[in-house]
Design a protein around this ligand. Structure first.
Ligand code: BGP
Length: 479
């Protein structure tokens, strides 16, 4: 049912791929780098799949030239990566570590020499352990100053060559996993502390954005939000209310703050009644309004299908499937508000993530309607088992299909009138999954290592590498 003429992708569309420092760099103690909360967390038995850590990861720190050469060969127009705060400030603040600055200068220069636009994430979860130890990291307002200072240091050092900055990656994920699900550091389960830390992260985000704007640096900045749009399971008004609750709880609770500087009323009232609402001062409100992003970064993986959930005896939050055994996750929810449920129209990945390309069009449309900002899709991809054949080929037709369908959905959204700046898939090379080791792969480039051994970390191009190369050459014309 189409009512419009299909548009073409803009000629300056940023076809790209992504990564994050902890998941690729390795070299965790080299050149003066300080320890992050992840360097410590991975050493707690049982916290990661088979005890994996990022000490070596895929050794990008030493092999970045080889990796950028592969990006160039593939024709990427953009590459999203994150800066490790602990390379710039080993203790989170204080003395700058020049060797850390040098590394990212070399990486950025290499990208630019190969005509690849750097998209730089300031914070992809690797908080300096020193700040966690000193004042509890995100739980103290002191972090607003330290994060802003770190961000400004990066703007000053790299801002002459960087046009796209991502402030915080998936605040909703690192806060909920860190302070409720106990699956990320600091592995706390305390609702009041969670919402307090989240509010402080909002302030830090706004402060970094405001500093960027006040400093008149080139380009733009925005957060990357993990948005999983919710559908009501059917037309029953009770389920429709539940889906409305879900959108406020899981999406507007962050994106409204980024763009309008305020929390959705319904959730804030609910938190107040539970005694877990964050303290908001007048100065906070002013800062939040002053830190409006230039674009919304969207990390899209899946949708959720929503049903009513009784207050008494309702389903609570369920653990994620981190095993890769399909069908092992269960319904998850907030009693009295909503729960997730099965959608008969959708298939799932081996980690039970719903496969829903159309949901990306819906995500883009909703963001456009509610926030009226350009969108940079900063993550989207398929986590799957890949097989390295004896001839070193990897036939990942399932990934090609997945990404192809999602690109079609972007094209639909652009034709609907949404301004989409670019698409950096997750991920460029295979990399360390925070909770799933190396078996859950996302890259266009296969990395020959597993949980037991780093082997030689050889890089092999998957079938999807060549397929995406062609998509980029044709600017998404023939999908
Ligand atoms: C996002 C993170 C990424 C990446 C991705 C895939 O939430 O921003 O860093 O890990 O999810 O997640 P996973 O590795 O758990 O499949």
């Amino acid at each position: 049912m189409e009512y419009k003429k299909m548009s073409h992708f803009p000629t300056d569309f940023l076809w790209g791929a992504s990564s994050a420092a902890y998941q690729i760099e390795g070299a965790y103690r080299e050149d003066g780098k300080g320890l992050s909360v992840w360097d410590k967390f991975v050493r707690i038995p049982g916290k990661t799949f088979k005890g994996t850590n990022g000490d070596v990861a895929v050794d990008h720190y030493h092999r970045f030239k080889e990796d950028v050469a592969l990006m160039k060969e593939q024709g990427l127009k953009a590459y999203r990566f994150s800066i490790a705060w602990t390379r710039i400030f080993p203790e989170g603040k204080g003395q700058v570590n020049q060797k850390g600055i040098n590394f990212y200068n070399r990486l950025i220069d290499e990208l630019i020499a190969n005509r690849i636009e750097p998209v730089v994430t300031l914070y992809h979860w690797d908080l300096p352990q020193a700040l966690q130890d000193e004042y509890g990291g995100w739980e103290s307002r002191e972090i607003v100053t330290d994060f802003t200072n770190y961000a400004k240091t990066c703007f000053d050092a790299f801002g002459d060559r960087v046009n796209y900055w991502v402030s915080l990656n998936e605040q909703n994920v690192f806060i909920s996993h860190g302070y409720q699900m106990e699956s990320h550091p600091p592995a706390v389960n305390d609702e009041k502390r969670m919402y307090a830390a989240n509010h402080i992260a909002n302030l830090a985000n706004a402060s970094a954005i405001k500093t960027f704007h006040d400093g008149h640096y080139q380009g733009g900045i925005g957060p990357s939000f993990a948005y999983s749009p919710g559908y009501a399971v059917n037309g029953d008004p009770k389920n429709q209310v539940a889906a409305t609750n879900y959108e406020d709880y899981a999406a507007h609770f962050w994106m409204d703050v980024y763009v309008y500087g305020r929390y959705p009323k319904m959730i804030y009232k609910w938190l107040t009644e539970r005694g877990t609402a964050p303290v908001i001062t007048e100065a906070d409100r002013a800062l939040l309004i002053a830190g409006k992003p230039d674009f919304m970064g969207l990390n899209y993986y899946q949708t959720q299908t929503i049903a009513a959930n009784p207050l008494v005896g309702g389903v609570g939050l369920a653990a994620e499937n981190n095993t890769g055994k399909k069908g092992t996750s269960s319904e998850s929810g907030v009693p009295g508000m909503f729960k997730t449920t099965n959608n008969e129209f959708l298939k799932q990945t081996d980690w039970d993530w719903n496969i829903d390309p159309e949901g990306l069009r819906i995500a883009l449309r909703r963001i456009d309607s509610r926030y009226d900002l350009p969108v940079l899709i900063t993550e989207n991809g398929l986590g799957a088992y890949d097989k390295l054949e004896e001839d070193h080929q990897i036939h990942d037709d399932y990934r090609i299909y997945f990404i192809n369908e999602h690109i079609k959905a972007i094209k639909e959204a652009i034709s609907d009138g949404v301004k989409v700046i670019g698409y950096t898939t997750w991920s460029f090379t295979d990399l360390l999954s925070w909770s799933n080791g190396y078996q859950k792969r996302y890259g266009f480039v296969y990395i020959d290592r597993d949980e037991e051994s780093a082997k030689e970390l050889k890089r092999y191009r998957k079938d999807s590498f060549y397929w995406y190369q062609k998509v980029i050459q044709e600017n998404g014309q023939y999908l």
